[in-house]
Design a protein. Sequence first.
Length: 234
Amino acid sequence: MDGSRVALTGLTRLIGLIGIVGSACYDPHPPEGAPCTGPDECVSPQRCVLGRCSTHDAGIRDAPIVIVADAPPIDAPPIDVAIDAPLPCEAAGLACGATVKLVVCGGLCWARCDGARTPDNAQLVCNSWGGSLSEVHDLSGQMCAHDLAIADRTTFGLRQQDDAIARGDGWSWNPVAPNPGAPVTFTNWNAGRPDDGNDNTENHGEQCAHIERNGFWDDAPCGDTHPFLCSRHL
């Protein structure tokens, strides 16, 4: 065999050897932990798990951590929520200075205070209790008020404006300047009332009112003292 054939044979064997070594070193698929964007980029049994080629599934330790800002701890006490609870019909907080009679009527808590006070002082007592001097807007309210006023004449929240020009004008419920008060939609005046002092002329002498024992209304001076009625929503 001449020298050229020997050299060619040796070169062929060398190329074959290089191919075998190269095929053992080259792998078209990425190794374990290589970045990936889909399952086709990883060699079986690897899978693309959370952006990396891996032979195991994503478990709890592989899951992303989500932090909720300002979340209270599990064992934290419940957060208080301001909710207006209904008030019970009770005399607590009602500074009558005398006997109190309570009645639930028409969706309201009514309280009759036997302690005699002027309408202005009585209003302060009712307000501190969470209510006001009682208002009568219909026959049902009239019956509620009369049931408590049957023992004696009793002051309630009806009042006349100081600048009224006629006996029957300017009456409203619990006016507090500049609020004119609730309008009067129902009345139960005694015969000839209001009369502003029996002379049937408006002289601003009787700008307040009370309920008589018979249930009818009468106007009276605002300086008079009587038992009084308070009401508040339940």
